[in-house]
Design a protein around this ligand. Structure first.
Ligand code: ADE
Length: 425
C-alpha cells in the first residue's frame, strides 16, 4: 500500500477494501495476457510520459488492469465511473491505496455525484480521455472549450458513445480526433457479443436465481449485444423472441432461428425482457399493460433509458425490494412487474461485467488507441478514426498465441492468386 500521506485525492467507498480488490485484480490479470504484454512494453518505452489522462470506465477488475497499464506507460491517469451502479468498491480502493491512482467512483452514487466526478475528471486537464458513453467528451465540448488547445484526443469504448460522437461530428462540434474502439473487430465481435451475452445472463441469474430453461426471453435489439444475449439464452434453453426496428437485423434474427415480432406482441408472451437497443423507452406503458403477472424486465444497453421506469413508477400502486437489485412493482390490477438493476446495465449492476478474457482485447484496443493518439499528436485532423487494421490484427494474433491456437498462413502461390484479378474461370 502507498504511504497514507501520499494517497492521492480520491472518492471511494472504503480504503479498507483494498486487499480484496488487489486479489481480484490479480485474478482478472490471469485472463488478460494481451494487456500484460502491452504493459511490459509500455513500462520500457513510457509512451505516456508527461501525458495527463482521464479514464471514464466501469470501475472493474479489468479496468484496473488497464489503468495500471497506462500508469506503467508513464501516464498521469485518473479514473472515474462511467455508470453510477457499476463500480466495484474494492477495486476502486485498491487503485488508490496500492497504485496511487486517483479514483472517483462509489457504487450507487447518485446522478449529481456522477456528474460532479465528470467535472473533477476535467479539472485534471486531460490531454487524452478514454470515454465509455461519451459523457466526459460531451461535457468537455459543452463546458470546457478553453481546455481544447492542449487536448490531444479521445477514445470511445461503446456503441452508444460512438452514436453520440457521430452526432457531434454531424453538428460540427467534434474539434479533435476520437478513436472508435467499439468498432474494432477485436472489440465488438467479442466484447459486445460474447461478453454481453454471458454477463447479462450472469446478472439476471445473480439477481433472481431463476431458471432460464423453458422461459420465454424477449431480447429487444439484435445488434452485436442482442445477438450475444439471444444466442446464450437459447443455449440455456429459453424460448427467445427478438424485437427489432431494422429490417435487415430482423431477417438475420429470423434466420438465426428466433421468433421476431413487435414489442407489443412480445410483451404479452415474455417472462423476461432484456433491452439492448441503445434507444429510449423501448418498453413503455402500453407494454407494461399487457405483460404477464411476474414478468421481469432488465436492460443491458449503456444508459438507463430503455425501460420507461418513470411511467411504471407512476402507474404502480406500490414497489418493494424483493431481493438485491430486484424491485417488484404492483400494478393497479394486482399483477406484479419486476425490474432488475434499476434498469441500469444488469451485467455490471448485479454481476461483474464482461469476463476478463474479452475485456483483454477491448482494453488492448484502448491502450493502443491512446498510444496512437499520442504518437500522432498534431497530425490527425478532427474526426472519428477507426482503429488501424494492423492494430486489430496484432491484438488478434497476440490473443490467439496466448490461447495456444496456431493458424495457417498463405503459401506463395496463394499470395499471388489472392492479389491478382487476371485468373478467373
Ligand atoms: N463493460 C462491460 N464489462 C466491463 C468490464 N468488466 N470492465 C469494464 N467495462 C466493462
Amino acid at each position: 500500500m502507498v504511504a497514507v500521506a501520499t494517497l492521492p485525492k480520491h472518492e471511494v467507498k472504503d480504503l479498507a477494501l483494498a486487499s480484496v480488490g488487489k486479489q481480484r485484480i490479480e485474478w482478472a490479470a490471469r485472463e488478460m495476457p494481451v494487456i500484460k504484454q502491452i504493459r511490459e512494453r509500455f513500462s520500457q518505452e513510457k509512451p505516456f510520459a508527461g501525458i495527463r489522462l482521464v479514464a471514464c470506465s466501469h470501475v472493474t477488475t479489468e479496468t484496473a488492469n488497464l489503468a495500471i497499464t497506462l500508469q506503467a506507460g508513464g501516464a498521469d491517469a485518473i479514473l472515474i465511473a462511467s455508470n453510477p451502479l457499476s463500480t466495484q468498491d474494492d477495486v476502486a480502493a485498491c487503485l488508490v491505496a496500492d497504485y496511487g491512482i486517483p479514483v472517483f467512483a462509489i457504487k450507487g452514487e447518485d446522478n449529481d455525484t456522477y456528474h460532479r466526478h465528470v467535472q473533477i475528471a476535467l479539472d485534471h486537464k486531460p490531454h487524452v480521455i478514454i470515454d465509455d458513453g461519451s459523457d466526459v467528451v460531451a461535457t468537455l465540448i459543452k463546458e470546457r472549450q478553453d481546455q481544447l488547445s492542449d487536448f490531444i484526443g479521445s477514445t470511445e469504448e461503446t456503441t452508444t458513445g460512438i452514436v453520440r460522437l457521430e452526432a457531434m461530428l454531424k453538428d460540427g462540434v467534434l474539434s479533435f480526433p476520437a478513436m472508435n474502439v467499439n468498432d474494432a473487430d477485436t472489440k465488438h465481435f467479442f466484447d459486445n457479443r460474447y461478453g454481453t451475452g454471458q454477463s447479462t445472463l450472469d446478472g439476471v441469474i445473480r439477481a433472481t436465481n431463476v431458471l432460464l430453461a423453458g422461459k420465454t426471453l424477449v431480447v429487444a435489439g439484435y445488434g452485436w449485444c442482442g445477438k450475444g444475449v439471444a444466442m446464450r439464452a437459447k443455449g440455456l434453453g429459453s424460448n427467445v423472441i427478438v424485437t427489432e426496428i431494422d429490417p435487415v437485423r430482423a431477417i438475420e434474427a429470423a434466420m438465426d432461428g428466433f421468433r421476431v415480432m413487435p414489442m407489443i406482441d412480445a410483451a404479452a408472451e415474455g417472462d423476461l425482457f432484456v433491452t439492448v437497443t441503445g434507444n429510449k423507452h423501448v418498453i413503455r406503458p402500453e407494454h407494461f399493460a399487457v405483460m404477464k403477472d411476474g414478468a421481469m424486465v432488465c436492460n443491458s444497453g449503456h444508459f438507463d433509458i430503455e425501460i420507461d421506469l418513470a411511467s411504471l413508477g407512476a402507474t404502480a400502486t406500490g414497489v418493494r425490494e424483493a431481493r438485491n437489485f430486484t424491485q417488484e412493482y404492483t400494478m393497479p390490477d394486482g399483477k406484479s412487474i419486476v425490474v432488475l438493476g434499476e434498469g441500469r446495465l444488469i451485467n455490471l449492476a448485479a454481476a461483474e461485467g464482461h469476463p476478463s478474457a474479452v475485456m483483454d482485447m477491448s482494453f488492448a484496443n484502448q491502450a493502443l488507441a491512446c498510444e496512437y493518439l499520442v504518437v500522432n499528436k498534431g497530425k490527425l485532423e478532427p474526426g472519428l478514426y477507426s482503429i488501424p487494421t494492423e492494430v486489430d490484427q496484432e491484438i488478434a494474433a497476440l490473443k490467439l498465441a496466448a490461447m495456444g491456437i496456431k493458424i495457417d498462413s498463405l503459401t506463395p502461390e496463394q499470395e499471388i492468386y489472392i492479389n491478382s484479378w487476371t485468373v478467373g474461370t
